[in-house]
Every structure is written in C-alpha cells, then in structure tokens.
Design a protein around this ligand. Structure first.
Ligand code: HPA
Length: 236
C-alpha cells in the first residue's frame, strides 16, 4: 500500500494503462480484460488488474492534470515497480486536419510547467514517448484502420485556457492536440528508466468548437484502449 493506492504488493501488473477518469478505468477493465479485479479504490480513484490475451495488465485512474497523474505514476513506479505506463485519454484537437474521434499518438508533450519543472531549473526538457511503444502503437492503429496522427501534443495546466496567443503559436508549430497529463508521465518515465506513451482520442476541437456527444465517446475510446493494449503486448 502507498499513500494513495491501496493495492497489495503484487496486485499491480508491470503494464499499467492510465485513463484520467476512474469510471473509464472501470469501463475499460470490464470491457477489455479477463478476470478484472478491483485493486484500488482509495479516494475513488479506481484501479483494476486482469489479463488481456493472457498478459497481466492494470488499468488505474490518474485523475485530471499533471499534479494528480504525478502522484499515481510516482507510486506505481517506485512502490509497485510498474515498467510500462500508457496514458489513455481525451484531448482537444488543434490542427484543421485533426477531426473528432481521430487518434493522436503523442511523440512529444510540450508544457509551460509540470510538477517536474522545478528540478529541471533552466533546462527546457523535451518529454518524449518510448520509441518502441510508439512504433507498436502506430502499427496497431494502422492495422485497425483508425485515423491516426503521430506528433507533438501540449500538456496544459488549465482546461479553461485564457491564452489565444499561446494556442496560435502551438498550432503554428504543428501541435496536434491539448490534454493535461502526458508531459509529466513522459518525464517520470525518463527519470526512472520506464516506458511511457500517450494514446489519445480527440473529444473536442479548439478551432471549430465541436465536441463529441457522450454516447459517441465509448466507441471511439474503445479503439484507443485496444491500440494501447496492442502496443503494450505486440504479437499477443
Ligand atoms: N483542453 C485541455 N485538455 C483537454 C481538452 C482541452 O480542450 N480536451 C480534452 N482534454
């Protein structure tokens, strides 16, 4: 047990999928895993461990934003020895060629600040995905025929942003989408020598103002979960 995770040692698999929403963790575990068992409910941040095609996997909610994800990812890495951490979540599309329901696989995650910024001091560290996971996720997305974009995303500290000038520069520099967690996940993975990736579904679009109706979300989020699982266990 850790401060925020009640799972016993051994209850957490070496591969962990991390949606922001704990109820999405429950849905994904019930939908995609065999023998899924609840392993954490501290603060309602549900986590489940089961198997996918015979491979053990945990799906643990991260909460919203980098400070919350940082707590769970730190504890999963340092106390439960998680080796592969894949964020699955939603993002806002930023480019005109990115549409609702598309998949974004994040090669890099830019930020203004993250919980790790203080230790980096003057260095603008470039958080990046694990190459092998990225390659296998792209291959899985291509096999499935999902409309997929691979490139840089922006991890924001705010959902209700007040900086149109910043969005303009991010779009100008090819940033595909905005979410709130990946940069810290990539930084922690780099610090501890683990593998990390973020596979995201475009749920809204900053340029057009469109948003996915809630009944549509489950189906498109399912594609993302399957891509993440296939990247974690290539050949399974
Ligand atoms: N901004 C930040 N995070 C998000 C968004 C957004 O528009 N959509 C989904 N996660």
């Amino acid at each position: 047990m850790t401060v925020h995770i009640g799972a016993k040692p051994g209850d957490i698999a070496q591969t962990v999928l991390m949606p922001g929403d704990p109820y999405r963790a429950k849905w994904a575990a019930e939908t995609f895993l065999d023998d899924a068992k609840l392993v954490n409910e501290v603060r309602g941040m549900l986590g489940f461990t089961g198997t996918w095609r015979g491979n053990r996997v945990t799906i643990q909610g991260s909460g919203m934003g980098m400070p919350s994800l940082s707590i769970y990812a730190n504890e999963l890495i340092t106390s439960y020895d998680a080796q592969t951490l894949i964020r699955i979540g939603s993002c806002g599309g930023m480019q005109s060629h990115v549409s609702l329901r598309d998949i974004i696989i994040a090669m890099t995650a830019s930020t203004i600040t993250s919980p790790s910024s203080a230790i980096m001091k003057e260095v603008n560290f470039a958080p990046c995905a694990d190459f092998g996971l990225l390659r296998d996720a792209v291959a899985a997305a291509e096999t499935r025929g999902s409309k997929t974009h691979v490139g840089g995303i922006y991890s924001s500290d705010v959902f209700y942003a007040e900086r149109p000038d910043l969005d303009e520069q991010l779009v100008r520099h090819g940033i595909l989408g905005v979410e709130m967690e990946a940069a810290e996940l990539y930084t922690l993975a780099a610090r501890h020598g683990r593998r990390a990736l973020a596979v995201l579904t475009v749920s809204d679009h900053l340029g057009t103002g469109e948003a996915l109706p809630s009944e549509d979300r489950e189906r498109s989020f399912g594609d993302m979960v399957e891509i993440a699982l296939a990247a974690a266990f290539p050949g399974a």
